[in-house]
Design a protein around this ligand. Structure first.
Ligand code: C2E
Ligand code: MG
Ligand code: MG
Length: 405
């Protein structure tokens, strides 16, 4: 390591002692209501003359030497003291994210140490979100899993920062199950006006929403980006479009106001395709609490349950043949033969061959609670757009009244 870096680090550490290192706060805004929900703590070096130095100028040297770990703990202390001051002033505190460098992953008992600091300030653990950048996590995948499990045990939230900047690892998301992912600003660089960019973003929101992971879009600077993101069910927006990182005093002023003065646009007037599809899907699920996508040619299915159906014990994926066998057993004895004859794969393929587009049937099905309910199944044949496979979509609806077994 050269002397230049060491002297840089020493100067930065002195700045910390002189309390010239200040925590700034950047709001995260609810994409639907435009209200402030939480914030990210970002370090600034505010010199005596009032000039502000951004982290890009002093963090890399601190990162190389490991001195950054000390800075992060300093930030945690400052954030907790801030949250405590808010509470004392009668202002409802909101969750704050703190950036943790990769060095903490090697620290013994990092989550325990965090809990000690937070408890010292009498701050609720749920108000602290630990942000770790995706690239650090990929390099330290095993350590990462252990750390996240412990953070969750202590009641802290965990967020993957800069998701999509590098080699995003989806297995990392599956293994750590973060509370939040922050989509890197590089994924918005075409201003969401480019089809490919939009498709990639949409798929990230889709998988995150299916896994109940909160999403934050970082670096939102324009009306176009904001317009698109709020139609994709993105949870929170962070960017200059709403607010830059600001000093504690400015942030408090913003908090007491809470609403930001952006005109509230009608969601249907902007980027309507995605918004309309999402709403349509929600409406379809409300009407049909169970939807099955089947491939009759390949004998496979996938089931989506919006809310509890009559029976929830059926596996959500497998072969169509097994599904029909299991379905037959759950039918009322008087309905079984009729149901099986109609729904068995051979019959469905035969109907399709005869040019049928759809068929419907009402039967009685046994629920998990031992009650038979009338179930209406509407089947629609769909030709696969990519292959010769015969696909089927089953929309299932149950009626409330039932009879005991
Ligand atoms: P980050 O954690 O990804 O933080 C977001 C960065 O994006 C911040 O840069 C923020 O000012 C910037 N940003 C927010 N909205 C916009 C926007 O609309 N347009 C553009 N162009 N930029 C936007 P900042 O504050 O310069 O921080 C840079 C990085 O330094 C952070 O990226 C984080 O990785 C690191 N950092 C900052 N504070 C800390 C800290 O206390 N500890 C650690 N370990 N790292 C920190
Ligand atoms: Mg961050
Ligand atoms: Mg980031």
């Amino acid at each position: 390591m050269d002397g230049f870096i060491i002297s840089d680090v020493l100067v930065a550490m002195q700045a910390m002692q002189k309390r010239e290192m200040k925590v700034y706060y950047q709001p995260k805004i609810d994409a639907t209501t435009s209200r402030m929900r939480s914030a990210e703590a970002l370090i600034r070096w505010v010199r005596e003359d009032g000039s502000v130095i951004l982290p890009g100028q002093f963090l890399p040297a601190m990162e190389q030497t490991g001195a950054i770990a000390m800075l992060d703990w300093y930030v945690v202390g400052e954030v907790c003291a801030f949250l405590r001051r808010l509470k004392a002033a009668g202002i409802e505190p909101m969750p704050v994210s703190v950036n943790f460098s990769r060095w903490h992953l090697r620290e013994e008992d990092m989550p325990k140490h965090l809990a000690e600091i937070v408890d010292y300030h009498h701050v609720d653990h749920r108000l602290i979100v630990v942000e770790i950048t995706e690239s650090a996590m990929i390099q330290e995948e095993e350590l990462m899993q252990k750390t996240v499990t412990q953070l969750h045990e202590y009641g802290f939230e965990f967020s993957i920062d800069d998701f999509g900047r590098g080699l995003s690892s989806l297995s990392l998301v599956a293994d750590t199950l973060p509370d939040e992912i922050k989509i890197d600003k590089s994924l918005l660089k075409k201003n969401c006006e480019n089809e490919q960019e939009r498709v990639i973003l949409e798929s990230i929101f889709l998988f995150a929403n299916r896994l109940n992971i909160r999403t934050v879009a970082e670096g939102v600077e324009t009306k176009e980006q904001f317009g698109f993101l709020r139609t994709c069910n993105c949870s929170l927006i962070q960017g200059f479009y709403f607010a830059r990182p600001m000093s504690e005093d400015d942030f408090i002023q913003r908090m007491t106001d809470r609403s930001l003065t952006l005109e509230d646009e009608d969601i249907l007037r902007i980027q309507t395709d995605t918004a309309a599809e999402q709403m349509l899907l929600q409406a379809v699920y409300m009407r049909y609490p169970l939807i099955i996508y089947g491939n009759l040619t390949r004998n496979s299915f996938y089931m989506m349950t919006y809310k509890n159906f009559t029976s929830t014990s059926c596996p959500s994926t497998g072969t169509v043949d097994d599904l029909i066998e299991q379905g037959t057993l759950s039918m009322h004895p008087e309905d079984r033969e009729r149901w099986h004859a109609m729904f068995c794969r051979e019959n469905q393929l035969r109907l399709y061959g005869q040019g049928k587009k759809e068929f419907h049937m009402i039967t009685r099905q046994l629920g998990d609670d031992g009650i038979y309910r009338k179930v209406e199944t509407s089947n629609y044949f769909v030709k696969s757009p990519a292959t010769d496979d015969v696909l089927i979509i089953s929309l299932c609806n149950n009626f409330e009244s039932g009879e005991e077994q």
